[in-house]
Design a protein around this ligand. Sequence first.
Ligand code: ADP
Length: 315
Amino acid sequence: MRFPPANVELRRAQLIFMLVVLIPTILTTLIAIMLLVLGGSYPIVAGILVLTLCTTGITGYILGTIFVGKGASLVRVQNDFLSSVSHELRTPLTSMRLFMESLRDGRLDPKQQAEVVVLLGGEIDRLETLVNRLLELSRMETGRHPFARDRIEVSAMIDEAIKSFDAATLSRPTKIEQQLEPGLTMIGDRATLARAIANLLVNSWKYSDDDKHIGLIAKGAGRYVEITVRDNGIGIAPGEHRDIFEEFHRAPEARDRGAPGVGLGLAFVRAIARAHKGKVLVASRPGAGSAFTLRLKRGRLPTSETAPHAHAHAS
Ligand code: ADP
């Protein structure tokens, strides 16, 4: 998903490139005319003009193709996003309308009325959570989310992630096999990173069968810290590897097994990784499990910043 700023950026880029093509064309044509007026040799002037014509023609064609393609895919992405959001909002709204109607009809006894009110509250909560998550994601993707810059002990951050994983998987507690490089530290937003790791862990749990094997590996790799969550779950077809990071996208196998979710988790993980100048990588095949790796820059605190919990905006 892209938010409107991408559109603005595209227009700005179009303007810049138009100037890059137009200004040199006008300048070289002027030089050629001046040479002609000053009695320059005809073959040189003709050469300059032909060269100008060829380069602007080729550049214009290349840029035109790029912009038309980009514009079309941007519009497609925005349309996909809008229809996904509308669909996700419509589902709870439809249930809420039905609940409201059954209350209005007055055919329910007080006990049933109380039950419907509880269900209505649940749908309102669901809607609120969805809207809040979308707003938060939008802020992250447009660089407006204030990420903390904590001095992080990776093992402590992983403990925090495992705690929220345990809380989310009470129905079927699962032990995580850990391989952590000792003494690993980095700079970043500890709570948000822990959420990203917990998200990957919960996905491993959701998308694997009863005999779950979930592993978590953390190691240093040069200027990066790599945190990998792997599982023996259903796996993901290679054709889906890019799309699963897009908002609301769920692989057909995930939908078929009725696992809860709306397809926002990996979009969050990607936004959080990018805010830490890193990325999230996936290695997976259907039936052969998955491995998601968060590769995050270790980062440094600015020299003036000595307090361990000072906040700064993500760059
Ligand atoms: P959600 O889990 O709510 O659907 P996510 O954004 O977290 O949303 O994941 C997007 C999709 O990626 C999932 O619907 C599923 O198809 C796929 N996926 C994510 N993690 C795994 C995993 N560990 N194993 C198999 N498929 C996965």
